[in-house]
Design a protein around this ligand. Sequence first.
Ligand SMILES: [Fe+2]
Ligand SMILES: [Fe+2]
Length: 187
Amino acid sequence: MDISIIKDKLKKYLDEDRYIHSIEVMNTSIELARLYGANEQKAAMAGLLHDCAKCLPYDKMMEMSFKYNADIDSIMLKEKALIHGPLGERMAKYIFAIQDLDILMSIKYHSTGRKDMTLLEKIIYIADYIEPGRSFSGVEKIRAKARVSLDEAILMAINNTIQYILSKGALIHPYTIDARNDILRFT
Ligand SMILES: [Fe+2]
Ligand SMILES: [Fe+2]
């Protein structure tokens, strides 16, 4: 499917702010792919589609998760914001006709991270965190770090995310702990 067709189709699933965010994640992903020697077309596609399931109402999310057999676990059922990763992967495959496994896994794990992330998965994870529309305190530091070390930038992002989750008293997905331990082990 041509990228312009995918963009038109994506607009039907996202509100305007989320669509703009998706374009910015796509652009940031392309830039990081160029910097780190990843495939720019794959980075563009994964960045564009990473949040394709994000704007669906909860009952529709559940319906689609069931229909496409999305890989949803009990923690995601409690922390509903995590559902759009695995469901987004299924939608990318069955609605946007994406076949490439690396693109699909980058979408699936973009909010939790996981152990042994591929280069593309790391790029999408951090592009989502630092795209130009993000404005939380400390984002500039992580933006700068992402141009020097993807792993260190991801570690900063995960540490922030875990602190935020703790402050809310929410569940931490084990994939996020795995991602953090994995990076700490090898940096
Ligand atoms: Fe997301
Ligand atoms: Fe996102």
